[in-house]
Write a protein that binds this ligand. Sequence first.
Ligand code: ADP
Ligand code: MG
Length: 267
Amino acid sequence: MKPLLELRGVIHVYVGDQGANLAVEGLDLSISRGQFISLVGPSGCGKTTVLSLLAGLLLPAKGEVLIDGETIRRPSAKIGYMLQQDYLFPWRSILDNATIGLELSGRKTAEGIAYVRSLLHELGLGEAESRMPYELSGGMRQRVALARTLATEPEVLLLDEPFSSLDLQIKLQLEDLVWKTLRSLGKTAVLVTHDLAEAAAMSDTVIVLARNPGRILTRFDMPEEMRAALPTEARRHPSFQHMYDLIWEKLESGHGKGEGADEIDKA
Ligand code: ADP
Ligand code: MG
């Protein structure tokens, strides 16, 4: 099957006051439609850079980034980006926050609003649509941010540490909810996380990166029964610990080769 997303020989260099910084090198990656993949690796290995390249916010210095076989040159409606910080506008209601993408793209029609309402309902926020962001918990705010990202019906969701500021209990609930929602809508997802258990529980495939320069060390495909299970169930699957250990060992092996190895969370 033709991949939906592709990186081919991608190199990215940041150029700034301190000169040029080779951020990622030799990235080759294919992601099929409907796949859920995670990127894990130490701070500075290029996870956010990869998401920015996929989002069309950065152009590679070398190589190609493609969606559906077409080079990505600028941000497109096919790709939605959800950040760790929810960036809700405090003066707008939940519904008005969730419809902002529709508004900006001139698609805030009755039909569009009805779709956002159905998303809010599915995400357990049906009763909250006229409330203001300050009235919501962190988990609720992230669900609004998810509804807002899904509102414009992107094919791909890029998720940069969306659960990392949440309490464990809420985080586990949200992992299940996000997984279920994306799967039922047939979305393709790329999740950045420092939590290896989260990566193993949510993904079809986990990509392990190393840094200095950022590069792909390996990919692990999760066993079929784990992929088919909700994340909270996948965590209890007999293969879970084994997959977790494999990812951890790989991270450790790529560790320390660059300077200043630190801070991999063994969450
Ligand atoms: P991660 O998200 O895995 O922590 P990043 O993609 O943010 O990694 O960074 C990859 C590399 O690129 C790091 O060496 C980082 O210092 C560098 N980098 C990231 N953003 C910039 C920038 N705006 N200017 C210069 N260097 C950057
Ligand atoms: Mg980052």
